[in-house]
Design a protein around this ligand. Structure first.
Ligand code: SAH
Length: 260
């Protein structure tokens, strides 16, 4: 086998842990073009959250030779489902929001994604709908925001072109590193997944209400701030067990007091 083929095989294997998630895409052609963009850069894991008018002949036509990526795409009912086993989530958006996330340019984000996937983390790169971009609640599930620097008077790229730029950077970083450095960083305990975090947030909300810290009638902003804070921590599985144990201990104390 030629050296480049061997290299490409190892590149594809380690990149398979990076998934592209398209949220509520309205133009099926963009889905096909995104699949094509991914395949050219060695990525195969495509997740579609509530796509409009999909499957569609237009998507298949624009996928061109990447119909294998397209036909293997997983269609999900919610972003939470698409991210369930992911421990690192990047939201790709042209706009910073009211509650800021760490903001990265594609090259820096790609470097982090490749390092994380080499450590065995499942990484998600999430793109928003064409018309409105990613919602605040979608961004609440993300650990970082990736923004493609562009003309400040016109920052909005076509969805599949934004996908192409991000996956290009992932591939270039991985390819360059594969030539010179194939070491993997050790990580003693894997990070909490999006599902772990979701269960933790539900538990946290329950306890905040039980302790009257949170008014269930207007929970929104406090909970969002808490999510941002815990997402910044990047807890691993052991730390997540401690946090859940902490909440359970509070609930036990409340139960005992209520029965005295
Ligand atoms: N009108 C929307 C743009 C949506 S474009 C808005 O203002 O957010 C569709 C998707 O392409 C976006 O959700 C984002 O994921 C990606 N995208 C387009 N331009 C981008 C940019 N300059 N930086 C990062 N992502 C971009």
């Amino acid at each position: 086998m030629a050296a480049m083929d061997v290299l490409h095989k190892s590149v594809s294997k380690s990149l398979s842990a990076i998934r592209v998630v398209l949220v509520e895409t309205s133009h099926p052609g963009n889905i096909g073009s995104a699949a094509r963009a991914m395949k050219t850069m060695g990525l195969t894991q495509l997740y579609l959250v509530n796509p409009r008018g999909y499957p569609s002949a237009e998507a298949t036509a624009l996928a061109s030779g990447a119909d294998d990526v397209l036909s293997a795409a997983r269609v999900c009912d919610s972003l939470e489902d698409a991210l369930e086993d992911c421990s690192v989530c990047y939201g790709v958006s042209a706009r910073q929001r009211r509650l800021p996330l760490p903001q990265l340019v594609p090259r820096v984000a790609a470097e982090k994604m490749v390092a994380e996937s080499r450590r065995g983390e499942h990484v998600a790169v999430i793109f928003g709908p064409e018309r409105v971009g990613l919602s605040n609640s979608a961004l609440d599930l993300c650990h970082s925001l990736v923004t493609i620097p562009a003309n400040p008077d016109y920052t909005s790229l076509n969805l599949s072109m934004a996908v192409q730029i991000i996956v290009y950077e992932i591939y270039q970083y991985q390819y360059g590193k594969s030539m010179s450095d194939s070491t993997t960083e050790g990580c003693p305990t894997s990070l909490a997944t999006a599902r772990d975090m979701d269960l933790f947030y539900k538990h946290l909300e329950e306890v905040l209400v039980q302790t009257d810290f949170l008014d269930p009638a207007s929970p929104k902003f406090l909970l969002r701030r808490c999510k941002r804070m815990f997402n910044r921590m990047r807890p691993d599985q052991n730390e997540m067990n401690i946090l859940r144990g902490f909440l359970t201990a509070i609930q036990k104390t409340i139960d005992i007091r209520n029965h005295v």
